[in-house]
Design a protein around this ligand. Structure first.
Ligand code: PMV
Length: 348
């Protein structure tokens, strides 16, 4: 028998939701559909070294390194992930793995590395599966990678393919599924080509409430059912917007989604607030600037205090100047990241 061992490297991006996923059922099945922009600069690069064990083992065998430093504190999370995906990857216990990972964005920047990190690991494991079974198609590979990534962190399933990704079964999106993300299958107006995302790092601290806890607080939440219905309607609306290129309608939908996400947090029991005073300062400055200039700048938020500023490439020069002169002052240590819409994970 041949000695099966090797090294696989994947680079996988983060993503930012336009219609937000917030609330889940068993097995990381989303309560509502979501759609995201894939990012380009914010990525995780993961090396997976794999070698087949001499004899079969009844435990998973792996080590995790972040920036070349051993990270035993990451291992329980990976162990849980391996347990969840084992039924779909029966070969896992036959191998020893060394997982080496690094992010292009600073850690403890408040940018969640779970989407990029879990998708990168899922892709590496799929490459091992392909090694064992070279017959598998590219479509199967990507779908299953997204399916596995979902079991690591829900939003990670939207980080496999770019540039727009839908997750969650929706009547108006062909091929959509609760089990994996799909590349948005319809025409997108040129206004959204190379859309920009400048991420303002308002607070780099650990968030006080994890997204797992937040999702669970949607169970029995007084506004949950209305919220899930709204997300479904917003997917239909954004489909029209992406086709027509209506930037005003895009801004209204995206900002409303961001504030609704945080409104759900504020109306949970227990309730919590992840925005910081500077988050609100930035939002107000953006609104004033938009009113004065008529430019198509808007914000979105994920589960934290940082602000993602979205704008069309055509308007980038003036808007970036505004960000640098007016908004960077509200960032922790003046830290921000210039990103843009990207095209998905890459095998290196
Ligand atoms: O992937 P999770 O379980 O960390 O959830 C993330 C949810 C949000 O980032 C707040 C919204 C989204 O759709 O990405």
């Amino acid at each position: 028998e041949k000695n099966i061992s090797g090294k696989i490297t994947w680079s996988s991006p983060s993503n930012i939701a336009l219609v937000k996923y917030w609330g889940k059922k068993e097995n990381q099945i989303p309560e509502n559909q979501s759609i995201s922009f894939t990012l380009e600069a914010c990525k995780t690069i993961t090396n997976l070294y794999y070698s087949k064990n001499e004899s079969s083992s009844k435990d998973f065998s792996f080590k995790v390194f972040l920036d070349n430093v051993p990270k035993p504190d990451f291992e329980p999370k990976i162990e849980t992930f391996f347990k969840r995906i084992e039924v779909y990857m029966p070969f896992l216990k036959d191998f020893h793995f060394k997982i080496e990972t690094e992010n292009t964005f600073p850690h403890s920047s408040g940018i969640a590395s779970s989407a990029s990190g879990m998708s990168a690991l899922a892709l590496c494991l799929m490459s091992v599966e392909k090694e064992l079974n070279p017959e598998i198609s590219e479509e199967y590979f990507n779908k299953k990678a997204s399916f596995l990534a979902r079991l690591g962190s829900g939003s990670a399933c939207r980080s496999i393919e770019g540039d727009l990704v839908v997750w969650g079964k929706h009547n108006n999106i062909d091929g959509s599924s609760d089990l994996f993300g799909i590349k948005y299958p319809y025409q997108v107006h040129d206004n959204f080509k190379n859309y920009q995302d400048t991420i303002l790092l308002v607070d780099k601290g650990e968030k006080q409430v994890s997204s797992t806890v937040g999702h669970n607080l949607m169970h029995g939440h007084p506004f949950a059912q209305e919220r899930f219905k709204q997300a479904e309607e917003n997917i239909t609306k954004i489909k029209g917007i992406l086709e027509s290129g209506d930037l005003k309608a895009f801004i209204a939908l995206v900002e409303s989604e961001a504030l609704t996400l945080h409104a759900m947090m504020m109306t949970s029991m227990p309730y919590f607030i992840l925005m910081k005073p500077n988050t609100l300062e930035i939002i107000n400055k953006i609104w004033n600037f938009r009113k004065q200039t008529g430019l198509h700048i808007c914000f979105t938020l994920d589960a934290g205090a940082n602000v993602h500023i979205l704008y069309p490439e055509k308007e980038a020069k003036t808007i970036l100047e505004f960000i640098k002169t007016e908004l960077v002052a509200y960032c922790q240590n003046g830290h921000y990241i210039c990103d843009r819409i990207g095209f998905g994970a890459k095998k290196l």
